[in-house]
Design a protein around this ligand. Structure first.
Ligand code: PNS
Length: 160
């Protein structure tokens, strides 16, 4: 029987409830889902890579077919190493589409055998991003309901 592994790459600085909504949807479709945290971001992250991984592990513990991993370098090289068939990305609004299309086509150029699959998170998360969560937290706004409880704690500890 064919078994499909999907890689869900991202910065996850930090993981939001929108990411988790997508993980829940994808865990129902794919046999194995690897959430791949990009280690070295272009900008200095708020959370170091091991902490971004730890937050995801805590938040995604309920799904037996979901694995959390770190990667660096080209995404397609990592996808090949993992013998995955799919790159999963979430699209919230039409504004995400252009950047996602560019990435998907660039990745296809390097690895035509891998398909990028786009999924939609629940509408209630369509405005949510890690960048906005960091900003709201930094300015003292309430981020409960936007990120998992353990992330609320870590953000408070980091920012206060
Ligand atoms: O959560 P993000 O920041 O939107 O995720 C972007 C990510 C990690 C998917 C993208 O930056 C990426 O794949 N980086 C790895 C380097 C790479 O392969 N770059 C070329 C992509 S076409």
């Amino acid at each position: 029987m064919k078994s499909i592994t999907a890689i869900y790459p991202g910065s996850f600085d930090p993981v939001t409830n929108g990411h988790l909504d997508l993980i829940a949807r994808a865990a129902r479709i794919f046999d194995h889902l690897v959430v791949a945290v990009l280690q070295n971001l272009e900008k200095e992250p708020l959370f170091p890579a091991p902490e971004r991984v730890q937050m995801l592990r805590e938040a995604a513990a309920e799904w037996a077919n979901v694995e959390i991993d770190l990667f660096d370098g080209l995404l397609v090289d990592y996808v090949r190493r993992r013998n995955a068939q799919v790159i999963l990305r979430g699209i919230r609004a039409i504004s995400d589409y252009e950047y996602e299309l560019q990435m998907a086509l660039m990745n296809r150029r390097f690895e035509p055998g891998v398909e990028t699959v786009f999924m939609l998170p629940a509408e209630r998360y369509s405005y949510l991003s890690s960048r906005l969560v960091r900003e709201v937290a930094r300015l003292g706004g309430n981020i409960e309901g936007l990120v998992p409880a353990s992330v609320v704690e870590r953000l408070r500890a980091k920012i206060l």
